[in-house]
Design a binder for this molecule. Structure first.
Ligand SMILES: [Zn+2]
Length: 180
């Protein structure tokens, strides 16, 4: 889901969201129960939810009170984390981002393509190689400067031997594997 969809989803939730005091009360009650299942079930009763749901992602499991919306603030539970107030949509995004980070790739929130993570930056500042937006979908990144080595891979096919030589020089003698 793009961050635009996310923003719209959050805007729509403003009018129908459950107020914070009620959530905090449900959180306290959930934590006081003897098991996670009982805690979620009790929170569901208190919030008037549609039931307790479980979703699995990357070997992790989230339990939450279903309030209808992907980004509705609700009561969540995960082993090792305990109970907290949050949305299952944010949890899924977080898990996906962590998993991608472990694999060295990240999915662009704007165009949906995977791009290598720049290890020198926060993942949110990684620029998508496909569309040029920041991968968190927050906006288009400034045009890269010409001497940015990281951009060498995305240089368009070159016409003319001199340009090719210039590129080779920039790469410090390491020729690209595409050359014939
Ligand atoms: Zn992109």
């Amino acid at each position: 889901m793009s961050s635009i969809n996310r923003a719209i989803s959050r805007l729509l939730n403003i009018s129908e969201g459950i107020d914070e005091d009620k959530l905090k009360r449900a959180l306290r009650v959930a934590r006081s129960m003897s098991s996670p299942d009982k805690g979620l079930s009790m929170a569901n009763d208190l919030l008037g939810g549609f039931g307790v749901e479980y979703i699995s992602e990357a070997g992790r499991e989230l339990g939450y009170v279903d309030l209808g919306g992907t980004y509705d603030q609700t009561i969540c539970f995960e082993d090792g984390e305990g109970f907290w107030i949050g949305s299952w949509g944010d949890w899924v995004e977080e898990v996906e981002a962590q998993q991608s980070e472990e694999e060295g790739m990240i999915r662009c929130a704007y165009c949906g393509e995977y791009t290598p993570i720049d290890p020198d930056k926060d993942w949110r500042e990684t620029v998508c190689q496909h569309c040029g937006w920041y991968v968190d979908g927050s906006g288009k990144a400034p045009e890269p400067s010409e001497d940015d080595e990281d951009e060498a891979e995305s240089v368009k096919p070159i016409e003319g031997q001199r340009l090719q030589e210039a590129i080779d020089k920039l790469l410090g003698g390491e020729r690209g594997t595409d050359n014939e």
